[in-house]
Ligand binder design. Sequence first.
Ligand code: S3P
Length: 169
Amino acid sequence: MSLPKRVVLVGPMGAGKSTIGRLLAKELGYQFMDSDRIIEERCGANIPWIFDVEGEDGFRQRETAMLRELAEQDQAVLATGGGAIMRPENREVLKQDAVVIYLRTSIEQQVERTRKDRNRPLLQNEDPEAVLRKLFSIRDPLYTGLADIVMQTDRKSPRLVVRQLVNRL
Ligand code: S3P
């Protein structure tokens, strides 16, 4: 099997990018990188704080810079934030030398997996489901357009998803 230099996971909040990414990296013997977590470490603050103080624009600037840096790493699995595909320059960077995997997930599963989550500023309002629905309608075509592999994750354990992904790489 000839493995890609880098595997990039894209998809909405609650798709399982971090859980699946960590397991997939272990399976491939690759390092695992989670863009949001590294932004938080570097900044010394969590994402809600960054959104509060710098606004979503400030966060997006940090995200673009981080993706550019992480997309230099080889033998790596990179989990991106749900909105990373919104900027055309990010999409360019993410697909370079990488296999991009879209973890496609129903709205019901996204709602279930993000319930009571305090670390996602975009969902801290009265109707998180409506937000997820709206984001999905805008972003699903972008995720699909960028992806080399589209993997449905509904009602599958992370281990099963990883097994199916390894077979398709
Ligand atoms: C966002 C998704 C989050 C994080 C930020 C914005 C989005 O990442 O980057 O809260 O725009 O969908 P996850 O997809 O890992 O939750």
